[in-house]
Design a protein around this ligand. Structure first.
Ligand code: TRP
Length: 447
């Protein structure tokens, strides 16, 4: 146990309260994935049929992997790499865990770019400037082509770093305790408004009435990647949060609460965005620009649109921040244990490194480097694609194998009843890894 001394300097002593842990985990799960990515990929993949597959993947793959992550984190009592080593005593698993740490780090880079966009749009909408032009595609292009995205990126990273620096209970937990309930109320208000717009019914039907003919193999992989991304599993974020929970916390109950909380927020986001876009005759399949181009057009022509739009973007920004915090905590917890520096110094160093990668992401999403492409994708799109559709499923696979085959005490740590335990272990051993592998190989054209 040569590393145990080092761990005391790191994060091993910090703890969430029981309710604080659930809120922080929901805060991690609910984010741009639910409100920016999910609506447009659902729009591109035919609507309700995609939503159903996504829900099915959440339940049969996402939840078991989420529980496995929480369990490994609490059992291993370390960061995403150390937990594996503490439970298996093999350096091999430590290196594998490093992959998860890298996954979180790289997701944070493009994620904080988009988080910055949401702050800009919140400010512009509340002030009314957003609605001065009628061509929102041009507005978005002008914005992403300028210097402001970099300014907002710095704001997002600085804010995220500040919260993480203040520690697990004094920063992360406190922040989530305030904003997650607030987020729910905002979302309810906006949903009530969106559902009563004239013509909202067409949007609801698109979102909830499945049309399976529009699905492709690629959609199935996207639904899987989205299930991982949306639940924050596959890159050690839940593992790291799990390592801060008390032994008395029921992890099975926590996984159910987090999973249903996340699905509820995705449902509510869909019930805001699709009624709004359909009500104003806008195409929902418009890609990453959906919430930044299509929605402002809708906001501009509705009563109280700038307030409604402003609140929507404020909500998006808050949800993004609570997720960014969980992403940053993964490499910070790792680096603290690895190099034994204080939380503050480590957080600043990791954030700076993140900025170095986030900057090219920002500049390639509409900016000066948006013409730099390889295989049809910009730098921004590559980082998103590789992390979401390759690293997360690979991370999920690693986690299922570890909890299902390598670590034999997983069941005890999870504290499930006999029936649930059997169900969980069968899923972890035979169902989830096989599905992940098949979908992955098939959609990448390997089989
Ligand atoms: N789940 C968040 C969202 O939906 C993003 C996120 C936070 C995440 N932490 C993560 C994604 C860890 C993957 C892994 O916006």
């Amino acid at each position: 146990m040569g590393h145990s001394k080092k761990q005391h300097k790191g994060s091993a002593g910090e703890r969430f309260s029981s309710a604080g842990f659930i809120l922080a985990a929901i805060g991690s799960a609910v984010g741009l994935g639910n409100m920016w990515k999910f609506p447009y990929i659902t729009g591109q993949n035919g609507g309700a049929a995609f939503f159903l597959i996504f829900l099915a993947f959440l339940a049969i793959i996402g939840l078991p992997v989420l529980l496995a992550e929480l369990t490994i984190g609490r059992g291993g009592r370390g960061d995403a790499a150390a937990s594996f080593r503490n439970l298996s005593n093999r350096p091999f698993w430590h290196s594998i865990g490093l992959l998860l740490v890298l996954g979180s780090f790289f997701i944070l880079t493009f994620y904080s770019v988009v988080a910055g966009w949401t702050i800009h749009y919140a400010v512009q909408s509340l002030g009314g400037e957003l609605y001065r032009s009628a061509d929102y595609g041009a507005v978005f292009e002008r914005f992403t082509g300028g210097a402001m995205p970099v300014v907002w990126l710095v704001v997002v990273l600085a804010g995220t770093c500040w919260i993480v620096m203040r520690g697990v209970s004094g920063g992360i937990e406190k922040f989530n305790n305030v904003v997650i309930p607030g987020l729910f109320i905002l979302l309810l208000l906006l949903m009530g408004y969106a559902l009563t717009l004239p013509g909202a019914g067409a949007g609801i039907r698109f979102f909830l009435k499945p049309e399976f003919s529009e699905l492709t193999v690629q959609s199935v992989l996207m639904a899987l990647g989205q299930a991982f991304f949306s639940l924050s599993v596959g890159s050690g974020a839940m593992m790291t949060y799990g390592s801060y929970t008390d032994q008395r916390q029921s992890l099975g109950g926590a996984a159910i609460a987090i999973g249903s909380g996340n699905a509820l927020y995705a449902l509510m986001a869909g019930l805001i965005i699709f009624p709004t876009t359909f009500s104003f005759g806008i195409e929902p399949a418009s890609g990453p620009g959906l919430v930044f181009i299509a929605l402002p057009a809708a906001f501009s022509s509705m009563p109280f649109g700038s307030l409604f739009g402003g609140l929507f973007f404020v909500l998006l920004a808050i949800a993004a921040l609570t997720s960014a915090v969980s992403l940053l905590e993964v490499p910070v917890a790792y680096a603290m244990n690895r190099w034994g520096r204080t939380r503050g110094k480590t957080a600043v160093a990791v954030t700076a490194a993140c900025f170095a990668v986030a900057l090219p992401c920002a500049l390639s999403a509409g900016g000066v480097w948006s013409g730099v492409k390889a295989g049809g994708r910009t730098i921004f799109e590559w980082v998103d694609f590789i992390t979401s559709n390759i690293m997360l499923p690979a991370g999920g696979l690693i986690i299922t194998v570890f909890a299902g085959y390598v670590w034999d005490q997983a069941g005890k740590e999870a504290g499930l009843t006999a029936v649930w335990y059997r169900l969980w272990i069968v899923t972890l051993r035979y169902i989830a890894p096989v599905l992940i592998l098949l979908i992955f190989l098939y959609s990448t054209g390997i089989i």
